[in-house]
Design a protein around this ligand. Structure first.
Ligand code: SF4
Length: 59
């Protein structure tokens, strides 16, 4: 199963990933954190593409 990863060096805490997929991403202290491995029905690629600083990857 793919697992989302956020590069905290790049993340600017804009909240886009959290608003698109609150199951997996939570912004706290100005950075997004991966809080679940369960991508569910979320379209991970669209979240990756929506990050303005390309901080999200899948592994
Ligand atoms: S969309 Fe990108 S920059 Fe914005 S909070 Fe998520 S990981 Fe950080």
């Amino acid at each position: 199963m793919p697992k989302a990863k956020v590069n905290e060096e790049l993340c600017i805490g804009c909240g886009t990933c959290e608003s698109l997929c609150p199951t997996v991403f939570k912004v706290e202290d100005g950075k997004s954190h991966v809080i679940s491995d369960d991508c569910g029905d979320c379209d991970c690629q669209s979240v990756i593409d929506s990050c303005p600083v390309s901080a999200i990857s899948m592994e």
